[in-house]
Design a protein around this ligand. Structure first.
Ligand SMILES: N[C@@H](CCC(=O)N[C@@H](CS)C(=O)NCC(=O)O)C(=O)O
Length: 241
């Protein structure tokens, strides 16, 4: 059985779960505790980040490398088009989602969590004891310095502009590249989970997100597209059972 070592709320881990679901592969997840649990991740994979996939003798880190491994292992449905131009577009969009988009949504979420004690607590791993949870919730908000906020203002405007473009794109056509689901859709959708949590994030987070983005009227079609994508993936998982 495939084994995914993960942080539950990591967008990169969600991306790998989406690839596994799209391909109808069954897997089990191993929840890693940030910090202490990463010692075991290092022993297993030679580096400390998640996601890490264990597929028999193969141990692999990095969501993009894992996605390509799974594409070779299970060719159908193809998530990387065979046509070179479409394949290049998927590759570039995936890379943009994993770098520029990932950095911008992480910054937006950190800022939102700094101002919202409930969100801070909801993001903690499930096995954090209650006393620690209450301390995290009680930390004073607004510790983000003015400088960070200024940088974030520009970054936020760029992020919003990109998300608005994506919203228009998915309204015109359901897939970002070509006529079927690709790794580009999954990589983008996974990062969106940090600014508007999907139902798969669990009850504590569902419906929450980064104020100003998760409730932005122009972005609603994009979050609806993401929710539809999750539903489609869930249907594929159920078909396999
Ligand atoms: N490029 C990597 C990024 C993975 C990554 O950033 N993982 C984060 C969790 S979202 C992590 O393990 N952070 C803990 C650390 O760096 O110690 C991928 O695509 O998988």
């Amino acid at each position: 059985m495939l084994e995914l070592h993960q942080f539950r709320h990591s967008a990169f881990c969600l991306k790998v779960r989406m690839v596994l679901q799209a391909k109808g592969l069954s897997f089990r997840t191993v929840e890693v505790t940030p910090g202490i649990g990463q010692v075991a991740v290092f022993r297993l994979s030679g580096q400390r980040q998640v996601p890490v996939l264990v597929d028999g003798d193969v141990v692999m880190a990095d969501s993009s490398a894992i996605a390509r491994h799974l594409e070779r292992r299970e060719a159908s449905p193809a998530l990387i088009p065979s046509e070179p131009k479409a394949a290049a577009q998927v590759h570039l969009l995936e890379d943009w989602a994993d770098t520029t988009l990932a950095a911008a949504v992480r910054a937006a979420l950190v800022q939102a969590a700094a101002l919202d004690p409930e969100l801070r607590v909801a993001l903690l791993p499930d096995d954090v004891p209650d006393p620690v949870r209450s301390v995290m919730g009680a930390l004073p908000g607004g510790w983000v310095s003015n400088v960070t906020e200024l940088v974030n203002q520009n970054e936020r405007a760029d992020l919003l502009a990109s998300l608005e473009q994506l919203a228009l794109s998915v309204q015109a056509k359901p897939w970002l590249v070509g006529d079927s689901m690709s790794l580009a859709d999954l990589a983008v959708a996974a990062q969106l989970s940090l600014i508007c949590f999907p139902s798969s994030s669990g009850a504590a987070l569902a419906g929450k997100g980064v104020p100003g983005l998760s409730d932005h009227p122009k972005l609603q079609p994009l979050f609806q597209w993401r929710d539809q994508l999750e539903l489609k993936l869930m249907e594929r998982t159920l078909e396999e059972v």
